[in-house]
Design a protein around this ligand. Sequence first.
Ligand SMILES: [Zn+2]
Length: 181
Amino acid sequence: MDPVLHLLLPVLFLLAMRIDMRKVLMFAPLAIFPDFDAVFELHRAVFHSFIPILILPIGLIIFSKLKRPEWMLSALLVQFFLASHIVLDLGGVAFLWPFVKDQMFFDPVVNFNLQGGVNFVIHFDYGWRPYVPMATTDFVSETGFAMIFLGMLVGIVFRREAWASIREMGRIVRGFFTGRA
Ligand SMILES: [Zn+2]
């Protein structure tokens, strides 16, 4: 999945859930962080493994619970953004790296046809396959482009709300630089 979708989908979800926009934007870069394992030529392995994706954030959540309750929302956002990356990459990730080098994959397939009535065929393709170092993805894939286009249409339909949230995000970004929230 391309970085644009990795960033947009979880951010929109959290904003729809009315989570503090300032905090959401602050941690949003974590949604694309795992793809930097491409730097080590072990893309979809090193930073897509359960250690950075589950163990470290759960450690942070437990630490917050015990010592720093005021960090809890941040710790949960760290976990959410990292986990969202793996969920969106389920087409193939070496989740148990470095213990298991194979990639786990999960591909829901929905077929629709009108032969002999209306038929929906949903089946799940899943399992493990040998590690394939996937090439870097396009910055914006076809699906990414479709989503942005859909977002623009929604923005036009709900222009008042869209403007209000753009202004709010602008205010937050200015707040980061000027030190005022
Ligand atoms: Zn990825």
